[in-house]
Design a protein around this ligand. Structure first.
Ligand code: SF4
Ligand code: SF4
Length: 228
């Protein structure tokens, strides 16, 4: 382990936490080689993906408005601070927006530049659950996440396999049976292995001005910090 990489990682973690991050991790991008990106060369020249998470439990409300008004702006601010710090140290850094979609039609709404969840899992801050969400030990799925790519030498974490075991709470909570009870060791290779995306989106669109949080709020992981 290089001393420089250890120092860089500790400095970035502290910077993220000092500016409001609840979780911080580093993924070796070799771990996400199979993940598609838009554009395809998005990760070219980068070696690590930094994952930053903000818990929704701190806001005490689970709504899209909470994400839009508080969590996403905070994540954008923290990732901007991280990028500036890395660039000042003469390395490359690229922040990916936490909530950017590639277009408004139903096909493009399902796409983003990259899966932030894949970076978080590869960094070891959580696993992909049967709900297709990132599940963190501390806050369950009640987190928003974002990513920064860099070539700065860092110490990556270890990817986590699925820890859901026999739990089925999210599957049983889904009002439109959009979640499929499938078993996978590390992560589902295709989203439709676990989630009927259009069924979920159509249900969310019907909740005028709201969305659906049933699978999020059903998850027992990290309950000590969240809703009882
Ligand atoms: S968000 Fe709602 S509809 Fe979609 S999978 Fe979760 S519980 Fe089902
Ligand atoms: S509710 Fe249970 S099965 Fe679903 S993601 Fe959480 S731990 Fe996994």
């Amino acid at each position: 382990m290089s001393r420089e990489a250890k120092k860089n990682t500790e400095e970035l973690k502290q910077l993220a936490k000092d500016n409001g991050a609840d979780l911080f991790g580093v993924a070796d991008l070799k771990e996400i080689r199979e993940i598609s990106t838009h554009p395809p060369d998005l990760l070219s020249g980068y070696r690590y993906g930094i994952t930053i998470a903000v818990s929704l439990d701190r806001f005490g409300s689970y709504e899209t408005a909470t994400e839009d008004q508080f969590a996403f702006p905070l994540l954008r601010r923290i990732s901007g601070i991280i990028v500036n710090h890395i660039i000042k140290k003469d390395h490359r850094a690229l922040a990916i927006d936490p909530d950017k979609i590639l277009g408004e039609n139903i096909e493009m709404r399902n796409l983003s530049e990259i899966s932030h969840k894949a970076i978080s899992r590869a960094a070891g801050i959580g696993w992909i659950g049967k709900s297709a969400l990132l599940i963190t030990p501390e806050y369950g799925p009640r987190v928003n996440i974002t990513s920064v790519f860099t070539d700065m030498p860092l110490i990556p974490g270890m990817p986590i396999d699925c820890q859901c075991k026999s739990c089925m709470k999210c599957i049983l909570a889904c009002p439109v049976q959009a979640l499929i009870d499938s078993s996978f060791k590390d992560y589902p290779r295709k989203i439709d292995q676990v989630l009927l995306v259009n069924q979920c989106k159509e249900w969310k669109d019907e909740q005028v001005g709201l969305t659906c949080w049933d699978c999020v709020l059903a998850c027992p992981k990290g309950r000590s910090s969240g809703p009882k």
